[in-house]
Design a protein around this ligand. Structure first.
Ligand SMILES: *[C@@H]1O[C@H](CO)[C@@H](O)[C@H](O)[C@H]1NC(C)=O
Ligand SMILES: *[C@@H]1O[C@H](CO)[C@@H](O)[C@H](O)[C@H]1NC(C)=O
Ligand SMILES: *[C@@H]1O[C@H](CO)[C@@H](O)[C@H](O)[C@H]1NC(C)=O
Ligand SMILES: *[C@@H]1O[C@H](CO)[C@@H](O)[C@H](O)[C@H]1NC(C)=O
Ligand SMILES: *[C@@H]1O[C@H](CO)[C@@H](O)[C@H](O)[C@H]1NC(C)=O
Length: 433
């Protein structure tokens, strides 16, 4: 079992193995590899008569350019037969220190380092897929090259947002970004889009925690109920659907909590609604399927497009109250066998596989839309240490240790385990059809 945080004395932490952010290392290696060329170039620049510099310079620069692009734009492609969804986390010091989240404007409650989380061991793990294959480290150039000219939209709940922000950070660490728009309220991160002009790539997030159209609590937290229209795409992404080339859909948590479900104007049932309303109980599984179905139908078209269905990413409250400062305090991943997936995780994951399969059958021949599953359930389930916990607040123990304090045991710190979801996403998107 892992040790717990030592909130009483945040200075009394054993220093972690610090390693500088590693995203620079690949280009640096590439430049080192062509060091001899640079020396030659320097020689030319210093010692050639001025008139010959330009002509001598260009082919050489071209060559360096090509060498450089060759080295850096052909990163190891994942083994296409590799199933990344099963595996284990292996210790790999520094591997997950991929970016500085403050610089890519993530939601403050996920910026664990900025918020003062003292232990950084959660950034020392790499996902090792079962079966001997490997999951290559995220490569921003490979991602942008594969997605050149495309619009990638994450649609779903706050876990989908977590992954979308991770992607923006991973890309921004290597390439310039431009914020195209975001919510008017600066505390919200519900609708935004970034452009990566070097490759004409856009990344958007659409807050649709039921995927489909919802009113009530998801729009206004002071309202108790969710009213969910299973037959209608969510407002924002529904309107933009024709501009989306890659849609990553992720929702489950709000369906587990419950809602009143509609088809057209007719109530067809509810989950977790007050009994006196006499609604037919429909559980969470069937509405989840219907939501994915409506989305896939809206996104199916003759234009080649990819729809990625993400599986459930579980929380680690493990029955503890969420307002306890010790709700999730583990500092290491679970070991293999230490913790089995519970049946809800398995069921929710199976629903996504089943719905993806059903969608493939339904649209076969009729649409060029490609359906993929991003199965993150196991990798997420094994990482109780990767959540912000009390470091969802800035310097939570600055005024002593309060008895009650909310812990985030659901989302991932950024950087953190959710970055690995995007490493897997990259391999899925680079796969040949
Ligand atoms: C090097 O590559 C970049 C991007 O691929 C290109 O814009 C630039 O013109 C190239 N430089 C030379 C000298 O070929
Ligand atoms: C990958 O592994 C998961 C979990 O064991 C399984 O459900 C899925 O069918 C596998 N995928 C493929 C393409 O074999
Ligand atoms: C991240 O960047 C911010 C702003 O540039 C800087 O103040 C901070 O020290 C950096 N954090 C880390 C962990 O490097
Ligand atoms: C909604 O009603 C239509 C028309 O009756 C029906 O075809 C469709 O299957 C229903 N959808 C759901 C989610 O119940
Ligand atoms: C629910 O059913 C009970 C018993 O049939 C009935 O008395 C009550 O009025 C119903 N409530 C609503 C909101 O329809």
């Amino acid at each position: 079992m892992g040790a717990s945080y030592q909130p009483l004395d945040p200075h009394n932490q054993k220093p972690s193995s610090k390693k500088p952010l590693s995203f620079l290392s690949k280009p640096v290696c590439a430049w080192l590899a062509c060091g001899f060329i640079s020396l030659a170039l320097l020689h030319l620049l210093c010692c050639s008569p001025a008139g010959t510099q330009r002509t001598a310079f260009s082919p050489l620069l071209q060559y360096i350019n090509n060498t450089y692009s060759f080295v850096s734009s052909v990163p190891p492609r994942g083994d296409e037969s590799c199933n990344y969804s099963e595996g284990r986390w292996v210790w790999s010091p520094g591997y997950a220190r991929r970016y500085n989240a403050t610089e890519c404007n993530v939601k403050e409650s996920h910026d664990c380092l900025r918020n003062g989380r003292p232990d950084t061991g959660y950034l020392d793990w790499r996902w090792q897929p079962a079966g001997g294959c490997s999951l290559p480290a995220f490569d921003a150039r490979a991602f942008l090259t594969a997605m050149r000219g495309k619009h990638i939209a994450f649609i779903g709940d706050s876990m989908a947002r977590n992954q979308a922000q991770s992607l923006v950070c991973l890309l921004s660490a290597a390439f310039p970004n431009r914020l195209l728009y975001r919510d008017a309220d600066p505390r919200k991160y519900n609708f935004w889009r970034y452009a990566f002009p070097t490759h004409d790539v856009k990344v958007s997030f659409y807050w649709n925690p039921f995927i489909v159209k919802a009113t009530g609590k998801s729009e206004d937290e002071s309202i108790r109920e969710n009213h969910v229209h299973l037959d209608t795409p969510g407002d924002g992404w529904g309107a933009d659907a024709d501009t989306i080339d890659v849609a990553v859909l992720g929702a489950s948590h709000w369906l587990l909590n419950g809602a009143i479900y509609y088809n057209g104007s007719e109530v067809i049932g509810a989950h977790n609604a007050p009994a006196e309303l006499n609604y037919t109980g429909v559980g969470y599984a069937w509405p989840l399927k219907m939501a994915y179905r409506t989305a896939v139908e809206r996104l199916s078209s003759s234009r080649p497009r990819t729809v990625v269905l993400a599986t459930f990413s579980p929380a680690h409250f493990e029955g503890r109250p969420s307002d306890s400062p010790t709700a999730c305090t583990k500092m290491e991943p679970y070991e293999e066998g230490e913790k089995e997936l519970d049946w809800i995780c398995k069921e929710l994951r199976d629903i996504v596989y089943d719905e993806a399969q059903a969608a493939k059958v339904r649209i076969a021949g009729a649409s060029a839309t490609r359906i993929e599953v991003l199965d993150v359930t196991k990798m997420a389930a094994m990482r109780p240490d990767g959540h912000p916990s009390v470091y969802m607040h800035r310097d939570p123990f600055a005024h002593g240790v309060p008895e009650r304090m909310y812990s985030d045991c659901l989302h991932s710190c950024l950087p953190g385990p959710v970055d690995t979801f995007n490493e897997m996403l990259l391999q899925i998107l680079r796969k040949r059809r």
